[in-house]
Write a new protein. Structure first.
Length: 653
């Protein structure tokens, strides 16, 4: 049996292997400072392979760099011995949900997700710290150390478990700190995207130009899709101008594999008013028109009383109201959809809009607004996002759920929902590794409820402490993760109740109904040190006389569920996979993803248990190296699997 690695891969090793395959003549050896032979790349040979001439020495060249950039790259590639531990008591519908909420430093979490979610994420949205000089973010601010110390500190926490530094302008590395924080995270995030995947990144003026250069370097300038301008609908005074927008960068993993985006606007507004049904002889078409509009010949004539605000009835610039009465014109001209065109459509004739696109149907929405739907064609959305809510809307939405203001300026769910709908399919995985108040999770659930989708979300958030003076802290929310998780619980309940037509209550029993497939649950996973003791990774460094103390190579405070999730990470099995627990011959056995993985971590496992497992023919079987009840069981182990399931991959801890 093979032994599991139980740590993330060394991406430098992977990159070296890929490079060696492409350019074997560039692979060489050298002597390091300790006199040992180590691998190396002949940069002159490599540069000659990828350039028409060697770019080296003091020759000027186009590049984007900053202090400690090389260490930032090294940090992204370095392996870690960490794991994700499940927390059932804080989860919702743990056994059935496919959504994940992960607490911990997002750099380390992204490393842990590399094996399992490589190329599986359709969309990433992040709203990272903007580096305003007042915001805090995680980064390693002690670069005056050896490489070994630097990598050992990759967790980026202080002795109290947090390493949050306010990056003020007085800091000599005002941009550098932010760049060293964001670069390795984006580098790892790219690998998680599917080939047709997309990342959206919100940013303001402080780091906009630097972020674009980083994205061009990591994703490739050719994969830049667009710079979206989000009109905030409001603004803050910034000297000479009122800043009323933010930017959302959109990059693709592989732009050539990315289909065109369709504009999800329902059409053009033609008329306003309350609904009134008018029937026509054509049984295939039924059109409703606003109250107060009647047709005389080919013209729509307003004959009703003004029932509401003037704006509700303004259909063209030539309309005029006097004392609340419509006086001019008596004939309503509603865009291109005048009476003759509507009637022509009803009679079965082809109707085209002003741009020459064929009209598929006319219809009113629930507010009485007349729209037309064009024949299916690609209509690219605009890069200026107008009227898609604002941060005040986001704050109001969050306040509505909690009854108090616990979070400053969260993104509105309407914005995230628009982006998700623009690029995803109904089964897509959506990742946000700067989750904050979990707006992305809320938006995904809301969109699924509206279109019947089964999109899954993965939220990642560092448990930053809330200010002791804040309303959130006083209400019992000691860190941001507690706010995010509670927001998902409340939003999920509200969405489910609205979908089922139920009164919104605080009774969680209403969350789950056999009549609805809407997933509003989530599994909570928490970043922690490896489940394995040091001896598991460095047996050669443990003195022989101490081995008796390490007979059990698993930490004492770890549970079988903890071990299972680390095994799933190591084997690349989705963390949302279905997990069933059974008992075989008195031993707890985990069945993951309908038999793809079967694991047993109990002591004194007998032949009977192993035989019963082998007969289920799992793809993987994992157990502890020291779990077999006797030497006889160890001897029979391979023979049992050879007899009943020879193709099963057997692994031990």
């Amino acid at each position: 049996m093979d032994k599991l690695k139980m740590h993330t891969p060394n991406k430098a090793d992977e990159n070296y292997r890929k490079l060696a395959e492409m350019f074997p003549n560039a692979v060489t050896e050298t002597i390091d400072e300790n006199g040992e032979v180590v691998r190396a790349i002949n940069k002159d040979v490599l540069m000659q392979e990828i350039n028409t001439r060697v770019v080296d020495g003091n020759e000027e060249r186009y590049q984007f760099t900053w202090p400690d950039k090389k260490k930032s790259v090294l940090l992204a590639n370095a392996p870690i011995n960490k794991t994700l531990r499940p927390c059932r008591e804080e989860s919702v519908d743990f056994d059935n949900t496919e959504n994940l909420y992960i607490e911990g430093d997002n750099l380390e979490v992204l490393k842990l997700l590399q094996e399992t979610y490589l190329g599986k994420v359709k969309m990433i949205y992040i709203d990272p710290p903007y580096n305003t000089g007042n915001d805090s973010f995680v980064y390693d601010d002690d670069f005056a150390q050896s490489t070994e110390e630097y990598l050992a500190n990759s967790g980026q926490f202080d002795v109290e478990g947090n390493h949050l530094v306010t990056n003020t302008e007085s800091n000599g590395r005002f941009h550098t700190d932010w760049l060293n924080m964001i670069y390795p995270r984006l580098k790892l995030a790219k690998d998680l995207l599917s080939d047709d995947g997309v990342i959206f990144i919100s940013i303001d003026d402080n780091e906009q130009e630097n972020l674009k250069k980083i994205c061009n370097e990591i994703f490739g300038e050719s994969n830049r899709v667009a710079d979206l301008i989000w009109d905030l609908g409001t603004g803050t005074t910034a000297g000479h101008f009122t800043r009323g927008h933010e930017v959302i960068f959109c990059y693709a993993k592989n732009k050539s594999s990315l289909p065109n985006f369709e504009n999800y606007n329902d059409g053009e507004i033609i008329a306003h008013g309350a609904l009134k049904k008018i029937s026509y002889k054509n049984p295939a078409v039924e059109i409703t028109f606003p109250v107060g509009f009647e047709f005389e010949g080919k013209n729509a004539v307003f004959k009703g009383e003004l029932g509401g605000s003037e704006k509700e009835y303004i259909l063209s610039e030539t309309m005029e109201f006097i004392d609340g009465k419509l006086v001019r014109p008596t004939t309503i001209r509603a865009g291109f959809a005048m009476k003759n065109q509507v009637e022509a459509f009803i009679r079965g004739k082809q109707v085209f809009d002003t741009k020459g696109q064929k009209v598929k149907r006319f219809y009113f929405n629930s507010k009485g607004i007349l729209f037309y739907e064009k024949e299916k064609s690609i209509i690219n959305p605009r890069t200026v996002l107008n009227g898609i809510a604002n941060t005040k809307t986001g704050t109001s939405s969050l306040n509505e759920l909690f009854g108090e203001k616990y979070f400053d300026f969260p993104k509105p769910i309407e914005l995230i929902k628009y982006l998700v709908k623009l690029v995803s399919q109904k089964e897509s995985i959506i990742l946000d590794f700067f989750s904050g108040s979990a707006t992305t999770a809320h938006a995904v659930m809301q969109l699924n409820a509206e279109d019947g989708g089964n999109r899954k979300f993965i939220m990642v958030q560092l448990p930053e402490k809330t200010d002791e003076k804040s309303e959130a802290y006083k209400a019992g929310y000691k860190n941001i993760c507690e706010i995010g998780k509670e927001r998902i619980r409340r939003a999920g309940q509200k969405i489910r109740n609205e979908k089922l037509g139920m009164r919104n209550t605080n009774d969680n029993s209403s969350l789950f109904s056999p009549h609805s497939s809407l997933d509003i649950g989530f599994r909570v996973l928490k970043l922690d040190s490896s489940n394995m003791k040091d001896v598991y990774y460095k047996p050669d460094e443990v003195e022989q006389t101490l081995f008796d103390n390490y007979a059990n190579n698993i930490k004492e405070d770890r549970t079988p569920n903890d071990l299972l999730f680390q095994v799933m990470l190591d084997l690349g099995i989705l963390l949302s996979s279905k997990i069933e627990e059974t008992v075989i011959d008195g031993k707890k056995v985990f069945n993951v993803a309908d038999g793809f993985l079967i694991a047993c971590f109990d002591e004194n496992v007998t032949d009977e248990t192993i035989t019963a497992i082998a007969k289920q023919k799992p793809y993987y079987f994992v157990m502890r190296d020291s779990s077999m009840a006797s030497d006889s069981v160890a001897t029979n182990f391979e023979q049992i699997f050879t007899t009943y399931s020879p193709d099963t991959v057997r692994k031990v801890l």
